[in-house]
Ligand binder design. Structure first.
Ligand SMILES: [Zn+2]
Length: 276
C-alpha cells in the first residue's frame, strides 16, 4: 500500500501535475485516499514518512498550481517540478518559432495572456470607462513579432461595429441596459465632462480621422493660444450638460477642430446669438 501511495504522490507531485486536479497538497492526499478507499490521514502519513514534507512545503509557499499547469501546457520545454523553481523560463514564438527567455514566471505568463495568478487577462476594449486594457493580439509572440503585430492596424471599424462595442461595454460593466440609458444617467458635472471629452476624442478619431490627426499634431498646451488646437462642440458642452444630451454632444457632427482662439470666438458668438 505504501508503495502505491508513493507512486501516486510521485506521479502527481513530480511528473504529471496536469493530470491531477488539485490546488492544495491536502486535496491531492484526499483524492488519493478516496481512490484507494483508505483514510486521508494514512496517505498523509505516508507522504510525511517519504520526507516529501520539505518539497511540498516549499511548493506550497512558492508555487501556484494553476500557473504551473498553464506553464506546463504552454511554455517551451517546461517540465513540471524540474523547471518550477528557477528560470530562465522559455517560450516558443507562435509566429517565427524562435525561443525567447524570461527571468520571471510572471513576465512569461503575461506574454502568454495570463496574470500572476493564472487568470486570463481581459481583452475587451473598454471604451466606456476609459480604463486601460490589455492587448491580446500578440499572445505567444516574441517581442519582435509582437511589435510587428501591434503596427498592423485592424482597418477602419464600421459605425455599426463601434456601436456594438459600446453596447457590449455598457452591458458588461454597468447596470444599464443600453448605451442610451447609460448616457442619460445622472452624473456629477466633472464626470460628465470627462466622459464627454473622452468620447468626443474617440468619435473624432473614428469618424473624422484627418481632423483627429491634425488635432494630435498640434494640441492646445496652455500657451499656444493662436495655434494650439482643441475640439469645439457646435452645441456647447455646457448646454448639452444642462439638457443631459451626452450622445448628441459627442456626435461627430457636433465636433470641430479649431484653435483655442477660434474656440473662444465661437463661444462669444454663441453667447451673443443666445442673448439676442
Ligand atoms: Zn517571433
Amino acid at each position: 500500500m505504501d508503495t502505491i501511495i508513493k507512486d501516486m504522490l510521485d506521479d502527481a507531485l513530480f511528473n504529471n501535475i496536469c493530470d491531477y486536479d488539485f490546488t492544495k497538497v491536502k486535496e491531492l492526499e484526499k483524492s488519493i485516499a478516496k481512490s484507494l478507499n483508505t483514510k486521508w490521514k494514512y496517505v498523509h502519513d505516508v507522504r510525511l514518512k517519504l520526507n516529501y514534507t520539505v518539497v511540498t512545503g516549499k511548493l506550497h509557499n512558492n508555487i501556484r498550481w494553476k500557473t504551473e499547469r498553464i506553464l506546463t501546457n504552454k511554455a517551451h520545454n517546461y517540465v513540471w517540478y524540474r523547471n518550477s523553481l528557477s528560470g530562465p523560463f522559455e517560450m516558443k514564438c507562435i509566429k517565427c518559432n524562435s525561443i525567447q527567455q524570461f527571468h520571471s514566471k510572471s513576465s512569461l505568463l503575461r506574454v502568454l495572456g495570463y496574470d500572476d495568478k493564472g487568470n486570463v487577462r481581459t481583452k475587451e476594449t473598454d471604451e466606456i470607462s476609459g480604463k486601460l486594457h490589455y492587448g491580446q493580439k500578440n499572445i505567444g509572440m516574441c517581442s519582435e513579432c509582437s511589435r510587428t503585430a501591434k503596427r498592423t492596424p485592424h482597418g477602419p471599424r464600421t459605425a455599426e461595429q463601434i456601436k456594438r462595442m459600446r453596447e457590449i461595454s455598457v452591458l458588461n460593466q454597468t447596470e444599464y441596459n443600453s448605451v442610451e440609458e447609460w448616457a442619460k444617467a445622472k452624473r456629477k458635472k466633472k464626470d460628465w465632462y470627462d466622459i464627454c471629452d473622452r468620447m468626443s476624442k474617440q468619435n473624432l478619431r473614428k469618424y473624422k480621422p484627418d481632423e483627429y490627426k491634425r488635432l494630435m499634431a498640434n494640441r492646445w498646451d496652455g500657451t499656444n493660444f493662436e495655434t494650439g488646437l482643441t475640439i469645439e462642440h457646435s452645441n456647447p458642452k455646457s448646454v448639452c450638460y444642462k439638457e443631459n444630451k451626452l450622445l448628441e454632444c459627442v456626435h461627430s457632427d457636433n465636433l470641430k477642430v479649431v484653435t483655442m482662439k477660434e474656440n473662444n470666438q465661437l463661444w462669444n458668438e454663441y453667447v451673443k446669438k443666445k442673448i439676442h
